[in-house]
Design a protein around this ligand. Structure first.
Ligand code: FAD
Ligand code: FES
Length: 286
């Protein structure tokens, strides 16, 4: 049975920056030595609403960047979409406000032992963990190409400094407001062919990840994806985040995406379960 990320801790963190960038807020937190243990793909769970709030569930956010040096000691950066009540509360906070953070949580992206050609695919704020990953892959001598997609231009998060860590960046928008009109999956086969991609890393909505996995499976490519299943506790207790995944012996098990994920082997996820427990799943008697 998997356990919580052994580096996870809970602490109060001061907000040192909160800037609106397109549809998102880029937020920086003074997180002390927690930052030293964050790896691309890990996430944090933040308490929202303040003392006495009825919003008892923490909200999960992928770590965009973490640095263990600088003026504020360790910092953690997030890209937050003001979406529902909790994320709107978070993005409304000001510099010097303090939030309670649990992290780093979950699994991180695996890095190839030998230099490889990697294609990173992000949907919406799903691009957040990919820039830190791109830096690590580049340090390992990998070729790194990136595709970012969203419904419209304002929902693409592609910071200038991030662009420097990739060999090429392709943008797709469904309304054609920026880059190529359409979805990321339309451009993937051509880019894989052009760049000789050997491994795909992805993060974004589940439908997008499923469509990417169809392409990676048909071409026999490795696919590591960070799934975004709704999480109530984020620390392995409540079982709301389970998805069907094959284990190493091929048995399907309902697997907690907060503990065994969010980064998973795309080939092992049962993508077409339509949010039902598939027949043959371990322990299922339906
Ligand atoms: C691993 C991970 C990484 C994420 N990274 C980012 C990121 O980088 N940036 C970003 O903007 N957002 C990210 N999100 C989404 C972010 O957590 C959501 O915006 C947030 O959970 C919704 O909260 P809200 O305050 O916006 O909405 P609200 O409506 O106030 O909150 C909804 C709450 O209910 C819970 N919930 C909803 N449906 C279910 C369900 N079926 N079962 C159990 N609980 C449920 C949610 O988890 C949340 O706690 C991520 C989510 C996950 C799981
Ligand atoms: S979110 Fe509670 S077990 Fe995963």
């Amino acid at each position: 049975m998997s356990l919580i990320n052994k580096r996870a801790e809970q602490r109060n963190a001061e907000i040192i920056s909160n800037k609106k960038v397109g549809a998102y807020h880029h937020m920086v937190f003074a997180a002390g030595d927690m930052a030293a243990y964050c790896r691309p793909g890990n996430f944090v769970a933040i308490s929202v609403g303040g003392t006495g709030s009825s919003m008892i569930l923490r909200r999960a956010f992928a770590i965009y960047r973490a640095s263990d040096r600088g003026q504020y000691g360790g910092t953690i950066e997030l890209v937050v979409a003001p979406h529902g009540q909790g994320s709107r509360w978070l993005t409304s906070l000001e510099i010097h406000d303090v939030v309670n953070i649990v992290g780093p949580l979950g699994t991180s992206f695996g890095i190839p032992t030998e230099p490889a050609a990697a294609l990173l695919v992000g949907g919406g704020y799903g691009s957040a963990p990919l820039f830190g990953l791109a830096e690590v892959l580049k340090e390992r001598g990998c070729r790194v190409d990136m595709v970012l997609g969203a419904s419209s231009a304002g929902k693409i998060y592609a910071p200038l400094e991030g662009k420097r860590s990739v060999n090429s960046l392709t943008i797709t928008t469904e309304d054609g407001g920026a880059g190529i009109k359409g979805r990321v999956t339309q451009v993937l086969p051509g880019l894989i062919d052009k760049h000789g991609s050997e491994i795909i890393y992805s993060c974004g909505p589940m439908g997008m990840l499923a469509a990417i996995n169809e392409i990676s499976s048909s071409l026999g490519l490795l696919h590591q994806c960070a799934v975004e299943e709704a999480m109530a506790c984020g620390i392995g207790i409540c079982m709301t985040c389970v998805i069907p995944v094959k284990d190493s012996s091929g048995v399907i098990k309902m697997t907690r995406s907060c503990i065994d994920g969010p980064v998973m082997d795309g080939a092992k996820v049962i993508w077409d379960s339509s949010r039902k427990v598939p027949q043959g799943t371990w322990g299922f008697n339906g």
